[in-house]
Design a protein around this ligand. Structure first.
Ligand SMILES: [Zn+2]
Length: 223
């Protein structure tokens, strides 16, 4: 939760209990109660994250186990919900330059229920990063269901570190600096121009759109 969301939540709670005739000392008491409740909820959430481990079940078990170690528990459950939608998408096509293993791999996914809807996911192992044309990662900071569909298809065991934003992890409060090329977006300033180009969502989407329009099917058709 962002700090602005947290403050708005406090405002909403306080507004419910405010009366125009309320004494000032009562308003201060109410404010302190809200703060205490917020701290209690935070403490409970921290305790759950640090001292418990969720039961891993269903598909993508390796990915879930990795997510449970990295993300806070609330974020873990949000990711699990997103993973539950991955089966609605099927990888129909992939393109990889096998002579250059450091090059990104392109995947074209088709929606099962709406066959005219396609998504493009790019997997860049050298940078431990993935991109999707839905841009959920760029907008909310979580890998999207299309990425999880690719992870399942490619039998990946972990979420690429570049797709993990530190603000959602168990290290968010600890100011721990991980591998400098990990935990993307928030520390992009030190990257080379070439890496920034590769990480630029606009470039990714533009290239993706061109490839999709061309549809020359130079890629390997896998289904
Ligand atoms: Zn997506």
């Amino acid at each position: 939760m962002r700090s602005t969301q947290r403050v708005e939540g406090m405002h909403r709670t306080i507004k419910i209990g405010i009366d125009p005739m309320m004494k000032l000392y009562r308003l201060v008491q109410l404010h302190e109660q809200v703060i205490m409740e917020q701290r209690r909820a935070d403490g409970h959430s921290d305790h759950t994250t640090v001292h418990t481990f969720p039961v891993i079940d269903g598909v993508l078990s390796s990915i879930k186990a990795h997510a449970a170690k990295v993300y806070t528990r609330n974020c873990y459950y949000l990711l699990c919900k997103e993973m539950s939608f991955e089966s609605f998408y099927v990888v129909k096509c992939e393109k990889q330059n096998k002579s250059a293993p450091d090059e990104p791999i392109w995947y074209w996914l088709q929606a099962v229920e709406r066959e005219n809807i396609w998504y493009i996911v790019i997997r860049h192992d050298a940078h431990e990063m993935m991109y999707c044309c839905c841009m959920k990662l760029e907008s909310v900071g979580f890998p999207c269901r299309h990425m999880f569909a690719v992870m399942k298809y490619a039998n990946m065991k972990e979420i690429p570190s570049g797709c993990i934003l530190r603000r959602w992890t168990i290290w968010a409060k600890k100011q721990i600096v991980l591998n400098e090329d990990n935990i993307a977006h928030e520390e992009d300033s030190g990257l080379s121009v070439e890496k920034r180009k590769i990480r630029d969502p606009q470039i990714v989407i533009t290239k993706g759109a061109q490839k999709a329009k061309g549809s020359k099917l130079t890629a390997n058709v896998v289904v």
